[in-house]
Design a protein around this ligand. Structure first.
Ligand SMILES: NC(=O)c1ccc[n+]([C@@H]2O[C@H](COP(=O)([O-])OP(=O)(O)OC[C@H]3O[C@@H](n4cnc5c(N)ncnc54)[C@H](OP(=O)(O)O)[C@@H]3O)[C@@H](O)[C@H]2O)c1
Length: 263
C-alpha cells in the first residue's frame, strides 16, 4: 500500500553547473515527436510555490516563500521551456522581466532547436497591463486575450507595438490557447501562475505536470491557495514523479497525470 520514494537531496556545497545539469535531467520534458500534418499537443507544466499551510503569498507576493533552491528550480524550468505563460496580474505584481538566454542551457537548447530563451505569454481579458511594462514590446512577448477585451485597451497596446492574440470570446479559451502555442512551436509550456490562471488550466484539464515548491514556513493569514476557479471543483488524479529536498528545508515535488500521457 505504501511505496517508499527516496527524495533527492540538493546540497548548497554542490557544484552549481553539476546541480543545474542534474536538475535539467530530472525535469526534462517528455519527447513529443511531431507527426505532420498534425501538430503535437503542447506539454503543459505549471510551477508554483506554497507555504506548508497552503498559502500562495506572504505580504501579497510569492517572493517571501522562496529560497535559493526554489530559484534554482525556477531557472532550470525556464531553461527547458519554449514558452513562459503567466497571468497579467502576476506579471505586474511580481515585476516579471522578459526571460533572458541562460548560457548554462544554451547548448542543449540549440541541440533541441529551441530559441535561446523562452517566449513570454501574458494572459489577460482586461488588457489593463501598464503601457510602460517593458516586456510588452519585446518581439518574443505575446498578450493572449479574448474578443471581449476592451477595444480602447486593445488599441492602446497595439499602438505601442504589443502583439495581441485572441483566443476565445468572453474569456481566454485554454484549448484555443494550446492550439496557438502548437502552431508557433511552443510545445514545452511552463505556466508560472498565478492561482487564477492555474485554476483555468486545471478546469480545462490541460495540466500535464505540476511542480510545487513547499516552503518550510507557516503563514496562516488570508492568502489564497495555488489554484482557484469559479464553479464546480475538479478532481484530477496525479502521481508523484520526483521529490527533492534541500539544505534549507524546502521540498520540491513534481506531479504528473496519473493516467494518459506524462504518466
Ligand atoms: N506562489 C506562487 O507560486 C505564485 C505564482 C504566481 C503568482 N502568485 C501570486 O498570486 C497573486 C495573483 O493572483 P491571481 O490569481 O490574480 O493571478 P494570475 O492568475 O496571474 O492573474 C489572473 C489574471 O490573469 C488573467 N487570466 C487568467 N485566466 C484567464 C482566462 N482564462 N481568461 C482571461 N484572462 C485570464 C486575468 O487578467 P485580467 O484581469 O487582466 O483580465 C486575471 O485577472 C499575486 O499576489 C502573485 O504574487 C503566486
Amino acid at each position: 500500500m505504501f511505496g517508499v520514494q527516496k527524495a533527492t537531496q540538493l546540497t548548497s556545497g554542490d557544484d552549481e553547473a553539476a546541480t543545474l545539469r542534474r536538475l535539467a535531467g530530472l525535469y526534462a520534458y517528455p519527447d513529443r515527436p511531431a507527426s505532420p500534418p498534425c501538430l503535437p499537443r503542447p506539454f503543459l507544466r505549471a510551477n508554483m510555490v506554497s507555504s506548508i499551510d497552503g498559502a500562495v503569498t506572504h505580504n501579497g507576493k510569492s517572493g517571501d516563500l522562496g529560497g535559493p533552491g526554489d530559484r534554482t528550480i525556477f531557472r532550470v524550468l525556464r531553461g527547458l521551456a519554449d514558452l513562459v505563460l503567466v497571468g497579467a496580474n502576476t506579471a505586474a505584481t511580481e515585476g516579471y522581466r522578459q526571460p533572458a538566454p541562460d548560457d548554462m542551457f544554451a547548448a542543449d537548447r540549440a541541440a533541441r532547436e529551441q530559441h535561446p530563451a523562452p517566449a513570454l505569454a501574458l494572459v489577460s481579458r482586461s488588457l489593463s497591463i501598464p503601457g510602460d511594462y517593458t516586456p510588452l514590446t519585446h518581439p518574443d512577448t505575446v498578450v493572449v486575450t479574448c474578443r471581449a477585451a476592451p477595444p480602447e485597451r486593445r488599441a492602446a497596446l497595439t499602438a505601442i507595438g504589443a502583439t495581441l492574440i485572441d483566443c476565445g470570446d468572453d474569456t481566454v479559451d485554454i484549448d484555443q490557447l494550446l492550439d496557438v502555442c502548437a502552431e508557433r512551436g511552443w510545445v514545452r509550456m511552463l505556466s508560472e501562475g498565478g492561482p487564477s490562471l492555474l485554476g483555468a488550466l486545471i478546469d480545462a484539464d490541460v495540466v500535464d505536470e505540476l511542480c510545487v515548491t513547499t516552503s518550510p514556513t507557516l503563514v496562516a493569514g488570508d492568502s489564497g491557495r495555488i489554484a482557484r476557479a469559479p464553479g464546480k471543483a475538479a478532481l484530477h488524479a496525479m502521481r508523484p514523479a520526483t521529490i527533492i529536498t534541500d539544505d534549507d528545508g524546502f521540498v520540491f515535488t513534481r506531479w504528473t497525470r496519473a493516467t494518459g500521457e506524462g504518466a
